[in-house]
Design a protein. Structure first.
Length: 546
């Protein structure tokens, strides 16, 4: 498994400030995370994705890096990081680090030098342009809203920021920038990191073409045509891949900002990123079998046999899927979440679980605008208030556009701060957090947590569930079902997304017999010819030769 370990891994995203606080300051850290490694090992996890832990003023909660070579003091020390990696490796858990190559914090020493004068040796490390008609150099908009250009009065030029103005885009057309960032990757690879999650990798500015972006017909919605996926980016991705993979058994997953599968596929495969996040699937807004099936089918058709999709439905940038797919009924929410877990951990691809999804954590709703933490939520709120909207309307939009919703503290137990910390957490806990904690679910045999553990164990023990190819992938009457095969092993997955029971002819799928491996609704498959699949039911069965 070692060389291509990632193909068989179950990854778990740890949003560091919200996972576990080890020193009692209300912020998650490496000591807290290390204390929970046994929990992750028992869950069955074999890969951890760490969100940024580098020194940062945290305008975008760590995705604005002020020093790539220092651990942020909120998360501990370099010794704490090294001990965490050592302890993870002792448990056969790989660790990948989130790395932001696109931009630095405006507090980074490189930018502080760059802004000093037009003649500074670091000036061309960032993207500076003269004003055009006393305004920005072009019409590019920030992905956080407003113009992507910030005026610097001291030098009478604008600098480019695809996100917040404190997140200044690096000029990857400058070889010195590339060399410096390759040195950063080398530093962390030498520290024992098993790979990287590359943040917004398709946004890197690699050439000096600054054409205006077009707009959608008869709207003011900009099409981000020239500020991402630039000519030359794929050559750079190949260089990054060659460098990282010069270290044995390393892994690269890219965040490519697109839901277009034809764009996503260009970034992954041999010689490129190992995988990218498949937002075409993971960002789907509704609990809809046909939509999910269509994306599974398209990934199978458009990807080559040397490309592997990722399977995820939640992250630190989006609503948790249990809330996004909700119909308003709490019990039904958890059954739907089990169904998604079953699909994610048995379909073809590399699964990424977001912390807390395994216990059914819901979205956090911010009730007081003064407690907003996420920059996107703050910008949305302030914009509407300045536009004359009410506090209630502005806060509703901030909850919608902000990302605080999926970043509340991990719910370990029913103590005052959910076992996350002994102090007030940096971000609020949901009022009803006590309904879903590790402590009260781990011993309930039919809980969502136990179902996750059973699914992951099943996946880890069966090659066909990790490496199998589809021989059937079908949709019918709210049912998604497939057969995967590997080395003469076959597994059947059936998932009923509908609110009614559905009949399925098993003999039409396979003429021999079946053995039930797992279900959230039954303990055996007694009828080998036909089956009535219950609402929100997961059925995973092995196919036997008579």
């Amino acid at each position: 498994m070692e060389q291509n370990w990632w193909k068989q891994a179950v990854f778990y995203e740890v949003y560091i400030p919200s996972f576990c606080d080890g020193n009692g300051d209300g912020i998650g850290d490496f000591k807290g995370l290390t204390s929970k490694l046994d929990y992750l090992k028992e869950l069955g996890i074999n890969g951890i994705w760490l969100t940024p832990f580098y020194k940062s003023p945290k305008v975008d909660n760590g995705y604005d890096i002020a020093d790539y070579y220092q651990i942020d003091q909120d998360y501990g020390s370099m010794a704490d990081f090294e001990y965490f990696v050592q302890m993870a490796n002792e448990r056969q858990i790989k660790v990948i680090a989130d790395l932001v190559l696109n931009h630095t914090s405006s507090e980074h020493a490189w930018f502080q030098e760059s802004k000093q004068s037009k003649n500074n040796t670091k000036r061309d490390w960032y993207i500076w342009r003269d004003p055009v008609v006393q305004g920005p150099p072009n019409n590019w908009e920030s992905f956080f809203g407003g113009t992507a250009w910030e005026y610097d009065e001291a030098t009478d030029q604008y600098y480019y920021h695809a996100f917040a103005k404190e997140q200044v885009d690096l000029n990857w057309a400058n070889p010195d920038v590339k060399n410096a960032m390759f040195d950063v990757m080398k530093f962390w690879l030498d520290k024992g990191i098993d790979g990287f999650r590359l943040d917004v990798i398709n946004f890197l500015t690699v050439n000096r073409d600054f054409k205006n972006n077009p707009y959608k017909n008869n709207t003011d919605e900009q099409i981000h045509l020239f500020d991402k996926d630039q000519e030359g980016i794929l050559d750079l991705v190949k260089e990054i891949s060659q460098f990282v993979h010069s270290y044995p058994s390393k892994f690269l997953v890219g965040e490519v900002g697109s839901e277009d599968l034809n764009v996503l596929k260009d970034y992954c495969g041999p010689g490129k990123l190992d995988v990218v996040f498949n937002f075409n699937l993971g960002s789907l807004p509704k609990f809809d079998a046909e939509s999910i099936f269509l994306q599974l089918k398209q990934m199978e058709q458009i990807y080559t046999n040397q490309q592997i999709p990722t399977l995820f439905f939640s992250s630190h940038d989006m609503s948790r899927h249990i809330s996004r797919f909700s119909n308003g009924d709490r019990q039904d929410e958890e059954e739907r979440a089990k169904l998604i877990a079953g699909l994610m951990l048995s379909a073809k691809g590399v699964p990424f679980i977001y912390y807390g999804d395994e216990i059914g954590m819901r979205d956090l709703i911010i009730e007081d605008p003064s407690t907003l933490k996420d920059v996107q939520g703050k910008i949305a709120y302030e914009f509407l208030i300045k536009s004359g909207h009410s506090r209630e309307v502005a806060l509703e939009e901030a909850n919608k556009k902000g990302r605080d919703k999926s970043r509340s503290p991990m719910q370990w137990d029913q103590s005052s701060f959910a076992g996350f910390s002994t102090a007030e957490p940096w971000i609020h806990l949901p009022n009803n957090f006590h309904l879903n904690t590790v402590e009260n679910l781990i011993h309930e045999p039919f809980s969502i947590l136990c179902f996750y553990r059973q699914l992951i164990k099943l996946r880890n023990e069966n090659d066909v569930m990790r490496l199998g190819s589809y021989t059937r992938l079908e949709y019918k009457n709210h049912l998604i079902y497939f057969i995967r095969e590997y080395n003469n092993e076959r597994v059947l997955g059936i998932f009923n997304f509908g609110g009614m029971s559905q009949f399925l002819d098993l003999k039409e799928l396979y003429k021999h017999s079946w053995k039930l491996l797992i279900s959230n609704k039954r303990s055996s498959l007694e009828n080998q010819s036909e089956i009535v699949v219950l609402p929100n039911e997961v059925i995973i069965a092995s196919l036997l030769e008579d």
